[in-house]
Ligand binder design. Structure first.
Ligand SMILES: [Mn+2]
Length: 304
């Protein structure tokens, strides 16, 4: 029986308080529960927080088998930021934007220091997804079409192999787009001539799709992050990402807010934005049910 815990983003104090609240105790340097196991959905890092403490807590639990974990997009990015591209830069280039995005993590894990290398090595041991038979976990989308593309680049534990990171960083390679889907969500090009302005005022011609929502079949009601934009009432060009399996699926990634509730009978997101003021760290306490229910969510509010 599992407690699926949302994106932590360095909020180690909330994580510890939450584990205690859920009945975990720290013994032999790892939190453990007499009957349950934790599952982390990725995004341990990124944001203003305590990245070392977060990784220490989660890594010790995974190593002592009191928790399982999958890779988030921020761990993937941190790995690519650390790998030389052989031409003087890195697979994730050290440009101004990326340096800024990685600054919080690098402040605690100085680039190429021993502790940085150890953290990156641990990130590489995180599987892309968990298929436990009766439940599934992935950071962003369980996308059937992408699995055959990533399969040749996975080891027996569904971790990316060392030779995956170069093609996974190459926009002309199918692996890049498969990883985008699995770890970052579904984004589709809007119909020709249609655009909207995002929160920062940038003109966008692609939008994030509410892939978990069965009603989301027309542009007018299928997107997230498009604000007040009036999108046409025409059908989406494809729906390969639709999750229609009966096996419960847990994801993180989506910066949800409000009252935690399942996205559908079979899909639940456990990321409720603990990385920002007003957010919370959320878990779904799963005990074998095939239909997910709102009552099984529990949480702790972010400290000020
Ligand atoms: Mn994420």
């Amino acid at each position: 029986m599992y407690d699926i815990i949302g994106d932590i983003h360095g909020r180690a104090d909330e994580l510890e308080a939450f584990l205690l609240k859920l009945g975990y105790e720290r013994r032999n340097s790892a939190y453990r529960h007499p009957e349950r196991k934790a599952i982390f959905v990725g995004d341990f890092i990124d944001g203003q927080g305590q990245h070392r403490k977060t990784i220490d807590i989660c890594r010790s639990m995974v190593e002592q088998e009191t928790a399982l974990a999958v890779m988030g997009n921020h761990e993937f990015n941190a790995i690519c930021y650390s790998i030389s591209d052989g031409a003087g830069d890195f697979l994730r280039p050290h440009n101004e934007k990326n340096i800024r995005d990685h600054a919080e993590f690098i402040a605690e894990f100085p680039f190429q220091s021993r502790i940085h290398q150890e953290a990156i090595s641990w990130f590489k041991t995180l599987p892309l997804f968990l298929d436990l038979g009766e439940l599934r976990i992935i950071h962003a989308v369980w996308h059937h079409t992408s699995f055959p593309i990533v399969a040749p680049f996975l080891d027996e534990n569904n971790c990316l192999t060392p030779d995956a990171y170069v093609p996974a960083s190459d926009k002309s390679h199918p692996l890049y787009h498969a990883i985008e889907y699995l770890l970052k969500g579904v984004e589709l090009e809007l119909p020709p001539g249609v655009s909207f302005r995002d929160k920062k005022g940038n003109l966008r011609t692609a939008a994030r799709i509410r892939w978990w929502d069965e009603q989301a079949i027309h542009w007018s009601n299928a997107t997230i992050g498009t604000g007040q934009a009036e999108l046409p009432n025409t059908p989406l060009p494809e729906q390969s990402y639709r999750y229609t399996d009966t096996v419960p699926l847990f994801v993180g990634h989506y910066w949800m807010n409000g009252q935690p509730r399942p996205m559908s009978d079979q899909v639940a997101c456990v990321d409720y934005s603990v990385a920002r003021p007003g957010g919370r760290l959320v878990a779904y306490r799963w005990s074998g049910e095939q239909k997910l229910i709102q009552d099984n969510f529990t949480w702790i509010d972010r400290n000020q």
